[in-house]
Design a protein around this ligand. Structure first.
Ligand code: WTA
Length: 654
């Protein structure tokens, strides 16, 4: 984030006190903070007991061997049972679990009884294909009910899912399937996006042809009805398998630390890391935060989180949190502007959505398109709004409340990460007086701090690095196959704190005079584009994998709509690139990155340059490149080898 926007954030003085009527009926009451402060572990044990355990736990936390944490370690439960069967057994089988809208306008409403039946059948299908406890299953699907069913079926068997976002490329699938050594891939022929069917199975075919894998079968959901190639020995239609599957499936308990999923996310190196989450602690915090932060009243609310299940937000706040709580929710397959720019607001009106959770980048693009689009719809059912993924600028926050929330709804700005598994910092609706642009306070049960580089608390009205000071139930348990990288990335920076190592989040933060937290963006080489994490190194490696590229540097430059945008500076190999113009090379490389990683990583700009600014020790000066990309006066260049480089780059990027 640029310095100017940090300034405008920190000078924000508007305050929004809770409405007393909302507070009186709110799920979260101020005593939650006191209870959690008085007995933190007891508080978490109480939250965990809101779940159904096949073997009750007696030990809440084992932190004797940090950074390895064991939560509720001697207990056992079945995650899918907690999200499904128990609601049916409690008499809520007829409650709608999912109101699904397909992009072309088809829709399905699925009750808890129906969803439970489908998941039992799918669990039988997977078991029949040899999937059992600990096996990895890759899921590459559009946002259709089968995505949720597949995840829960894997969970029901004690196996591990690795959901790959449908926008990722064949190459990204290959890397993930190989890293996790997946046994089965579940995909679809295609899905709907922007009025067209995009092929998914084709990407899986390409990925598996290139992969050294152990994938035995590919299970294919029919959705796009596009033509697909078929390998009789490997491929199976989901609907055919489901048609003959038994509806009986008894959920078995698995130990609380049984792995639930791997989700790949960008780090500071070129290789995405497989973040590992386990069962009992993860589900405890996903369910508790979903209840308390979103003020969920499962009997009456209609909840909608717009995230895809390919991201952590879709795992925790589309699948596990809402379903563990027996919520009724909306699931929408397509893009917000298809077939018209008011599609989201039409869906809110149609289903009378009361709780809505989305990302600042979406809010900013609606602001740009104009308030008349949402205002043409009846949004009066909304009573709570949430934001996630990146800092929300105060103007977008206020617009969200005024235009979408009718000037009355509380807004919860929720800070968390793939690694934290669930919400960590957020206002509690009905309790907290909110400040536009600040995520504010750790939720009850969580403790965070802002430290300087030496590990000292920065004090009020100062900035530094955000850390989590105590282990929490939904914390990541590791990086798949790489315990050293896990310890090094998150736990080594502040390893010597008196009560064990502190979790380093990689975000900069400012504490205001009240002690509220204002997130300031990443402090490492991770960019945040439209709320999605991308690593500069990952895109640089994609660029240099192209034969015409000699060297590449990538930065995240601030962007009005997407928060940050990918900007690349590339030096071409003079021989290989002889016959292409700079404009052609730039186009080619943008497309190449999209093909290597996925469309979300496509650079906004690729500048062809002859040199890159480096320090005397040979490090690329990204800060300087960012200044150039954002059109700012460039800062201190005294450590540069050759200051003329900067002028050259400036000229070329104009
Ligand atoms: C950023 C998404 C400010 C942050 C759940 C974090 C935020 C990264 C917020 C994690 C927020 C997420 N305010 N920044 N409310 N929420 N971030 O893993 O930089 O996709 O480290 O998880 O997004 O992104 P991830």
């Amino acid at each position: 984030m640029s310095t100017t926007s940090i300034d405008s954030l920190l000078h924000e003085i508007r305050r929004f006190a809770p409405d007393p009527a909302f507070s009186a009926a709110a799920v979260a009451q101020p005593e939650l903070y006191d209870r959690a402060r008085a007995d933190r572990l007891g508080f978490w044990a109480e939250q965990a007991r809101a779940l159904d355990w096949t073997t009750p736990f007696t030990e809440t936390l084992d932190w004797s061997n940090p950074p390895v944490a064991r939560w509720f370690g001697d207990g056992a439960l079945n995650v899918a049972y907690n999200c499904l069967d128990r609601h049916v057994e409690a008499g809520n089988g007829d409650r709608v679990a999912i109101h699904w809208e397909g992009e072309p306008g088809d829709s399905r409403s699925i009750t808890y009884a129906e969803l439970t039946r489908e998941v039992k059948k799918a669990a039988n299908v997977l078991a029949g294909l040899g999937v059992g406890q600990g096996d990895r299953v890759a899921i590459y699907l559009p946002l259709i009910p089968e995505a949720v069913i597949a995840m829960l079926a894997v969970a029901r068997l004690g196996a591990i899912h690795s959901v790959i976002f449908g926008g990722f490329s064949a190459e990204s699938i290959r890397a993930r399937v190989e890293d996790a050594d997946a046994k089965l891939v579940i995909t679809a022929d295609g899905g709907w996006r922007k009025g067209k069917v995009f092929p998914l199975k084709h990407a899986v075919d390409t990925a598996l042809a290139a992969a050294e894998t152990s994938v035995e079968h590919v299970l294919v959901v029919r959705r796009g009805e596009n033509d697909v190639e078929w390998d009789d020995a490997r491929d199976l239609w989901w609907h055919e398998q489901m048609a003959s599957a038994s509806e009986e499936h008894e959920a078995q308990g698995f130990e609380a630390e049984n792995p639930l999923f791997i989700l790949y996310t960008s780090g500071t190196t070129g290789k995405p890391k497989g973040i590992l989450h386990t069962s009992g602690g993860y589900l405890t915090q996903a369910a508790y935060t979903h209840r308390a932060v979103f003020d969920l009243k499962p009997e009456t609310d209609v909840y909608w989180c717009t995230a895809d299940v390919g991201w952590i937000t879709g795992h925790s706040y589309v699948v596990y949190g809402p379903l563990a709580n027996g919520a009724t929710q909306v699931l929408y397959e397509g893009t917000p502007e298809t077939p018209h720019p008011g599609r989201w607001w039409e869906i809110i009106e149609k289903y009378k959505v009361s709780i809505f959770y989305t990302a600042p980048t979406a809010i900013r693009s609606f602001m740009k398109a104009g308030r008349e689009i949402p205002l043409a719809h009846d949004l009066s059912s909304l009573r709570l709004l949430g934001s996630v993924g990146e800092p929300i600028n105060p103007e977008a926050w206020v617009w969200y409340r005024e235009i979408i929330g009718g000037g009355t709804t509380p807004i919860v700005d929720t800070w968390w990460q793939t690694e934290t598994g669930a919400i960590m910092i957020s206002a509690l609706p009905g309790v907290t007086t909110t400040k536009p642009g600040s995520a504010q306070v750790p939720i009850p049960g969580i403790s965070v701090d802002v430290l300087d580089e030496d590990g000292s608390h920065v004090g009020l009205d100062s900035g530094g690095l955000l850390v989590v000071t105590e282990p929490w139930p939904s914390m990541l348990r590791g990086i798949w196959g790489d315990p050293e990288r896990f310890a090094e990335t998150y736990w080594s920076k502040f390893a010597d704190a008196p009560n064990g190592p502190l979790y380093f989040a990689g975000d900069g933060a400012h504490l205001d005079v009240d002690g509220d937290v204002w997130l300031l963006g990443r402090v490492d080489d991770v960019m945040n584009v439209s709320g999605h994490r991308l690593s500069t190194m990952e895109i640089e490696s994609a660029l240099v994998s192209h034969p015409i590229v000699a060297e590449a540097a990538v930065v995240g430059a601030s962007d009005e709509t997407t928060g940050q945008a990918v900007v690349a500076y590339v030096i071409l190999r003079s021989k290989k690139a002889k016959s292409v113009t700079a404009a052609e090379a730039s186009q080619m490389l943008r497309a190449h990155v999209a093909e290597q990683i996925g469309a979300i990583a496509r650079p906004r700009e690729v500048f062809i340059v002859t040199e890159l600014p480096k320090t005397r020790s040979g490090k690329i000066m990204r800060r300087l490149l960012r200044d150039i990309a954002e059109g700012r006066e460039i800062g201190d260049t005294t450590t540069l080898t050759d200051t003329t480089v900067v002028t050259v780059i400036r000229e070329t990027s104009r």
